[in-house]
Design a binder for this molecule. Structure first.
Ligand code: THU
Length: 127
């Protein structure tokens, strides 16, 4: 599948990142089963631990709109290296994904890698 629109959405929203502490602007875009796309940015906080990552912001936006089935999620930052979801985000992605859901990791120069949820989140915790 061609994820260029999804990646573009993640790159575009990144400018709204609230990241005065780390200075790392992150954007994420989730493609839902029905074709809708939701975006999010990292929202940092003085207490650092209250920071919300871009992936979770995007997923919360989708859930607020009643959408809970993720087909793919793209993540973008200004880093030269590929950006990958943190552990908490992997758990949250898994909540709304199947094992074959795609996670698209990008780097500043526009290159990207596609991982499956089962590769980045094997042996996920479930109640
Ligand atoms: N961050 C994300 O938004 N997504 C990730 O996948 C990794 C980390 C944010 C959290 C924090 O605002 C900044 O990047 C530095 O950790």
């Amino acid at each position: 599948m061609n994820y260029s629109d999804l990646i573009k959405a993640a790159v575009e929203i990144k400018k709204n990142s609230y990241s005065p502490y780390s200075k790392l602007k992150v954007g994420a875009a989730v493609l839902m089963d029905n074709g809708k796309i939701y975006t999010g940015v990292n929202v940092e906080n003085s207490s650092l631990g209250a920071t919300n990552c871009a992936e979770r912001t995007a997923i919360c936006n989708a859930v607020c709109d009643g959408e809970t089935k993720i087909k793919a999620i793209a993540i973008a930052s200004d880093n030269e290296e590929y950006i990958l979801p943190c552990g908490i985000c992997r758990q949250v992605i898994a909540e709304f994904s199947g094992s074959d859901t795609d996670i698209i990791s990008t780097r500043r120069n526009g290159e990207y890698k596609v991982y499956k949820v089962k590769e980045l989140i094997p042996e996920v915790f479930k109640l």
